[in-house]
Design a protein around this ligand. Structure first.
Ligand SMILES: NC(=O)c1ccc[n+]([C@@H]2O[C@H](COP(=O)([O-])OP(=O)(O)OC[C@H]3O[C@@H](n4cnc5c(N)ncnc54)[C@H](O)[C@@H]3O)[C@@H](O)[C@H]2O)c1
Length: 248
């Protein structure tokens, strides 16, 4: 699809990759509607980008946001399913100081699954339901997965969500073909955004040192892949790793 023809929702569009994608799409002439829990940061998006609070882990929020975005943009033909959080922790560990056995909390598990998997799934469901109800075709969905989907120490919750998102990219590409909706996924390695800026510096340095191209990724690196999924009408059901070779 041509970028200028897109009427596109971006979840988690207030900062990091979501905000970068919003700026690129807005500059290319697309209609863009960004939703995020961080309302203060939504305000920093360029004028003309539609914006509203959205918590993707709330089913009602997803329903309301999609109806609102459809009305504001006068249609809807694309989604970048980008909102995501981290609550890292080993499933089981022994505390070095006390010797106590510690377990990953249900709160950390549920928060990540709630946003990164259940929320992402609600958004796909609502957007495609709207496309079908309004006879909109073609349509396109881009899911933001991660190379962590192959497995990563200290990220059981995140890995579970991102692996499921890549697997369901196939499921949904098969299910929505009859509606003229393509589904693709992009899986970043390590990208310079507020998410990674919040990481422990030692862990961050070790990870960057392991990237074969020798640097952390930028939001522009990832935009190239997202743009490809949006524009290439022959791309469907697959996940593109954009990781500088980190996970190969
Ligand atoms: N940065 C990386 O290295 C990296 C690597 C692999 C995958 N990813 C994935 O790419 C996507 C974007 O990551 P980023 O680095 O830009 O992250 P980020 O933390 O900078 O931005 C994520 C955005 O999602 C929003 N958000 C969080 N919970 C939400 C909710 N319940 N409802 C709506 N919005 C919510 C946040 O407020 C934030 O604006 C995420 O899905 C992330 O898991 C990032």
């Amino acid at each position: 699809m041509q970028l200028s023809s897109l009427k596109i929702i971006i979840t988690g569009g207030a900062q990091g990759m979501g905000a970068a994608f919003a700026r690129h799409l807005h500059a290319a002439g697309a209609s863009v509607a960004c939703g995020d829990v961080a309302e203060d940061k939504l305000a920093e998006l360029p004028e003309g980008v539609h914006r509203r609070r959205l918590d993707v882990s709330s089913e009602a929020d997803c329903e309301d946001f999609v109806a609102w975005a459809h009305e504001r943009m006068g249609g809807l033909n694309a989604l970048i399913n980008n909102a995501g959080i981290l609550r890292d922790g080993l499933l089981v560990r022994r505390d070095k100081a006390t010797g106590e056995v510690k377990k990953l909390g249900a709160a950390e598990w549920n928060a990540v699954i709630g946003v990164n998997l259940t929320g992402a799934t609600f958004m796909v469901r609502e957007v495609v339901a709207k496309m079908v109800a309004t006879d909109q075709r073609p349509g396109v969905i881009v899911n933001m997965s991660s190379v962590a989907r192959h497995g990563n120490r200290g990220q059981s919750n995140y890995v579970s969500a991102k692996a499921a998102l890549a697997a369901n990219t196939v499921t949904w590409a098969r299910e929505f073909a009859a509606f003229g909706v393509r589904v693709g996924a992009v899986a970043p390695g390590m990208v310079e955004t507020p998410m990674t800026q919040g990481m422990n510096q030692k862990a961050r340095d070790a990870l960057v040192a392991a990237i074969p191209v020798g640097r952390i990724g930028t939001t522009d690196d990832l935009w190239l892949a997202v743009r490809f999924v949006l524009e290439c009408d022959y791309f469907n059901g697959r996940t593109i790793d954009v990781d500088g070779g980190l996970a190969m």
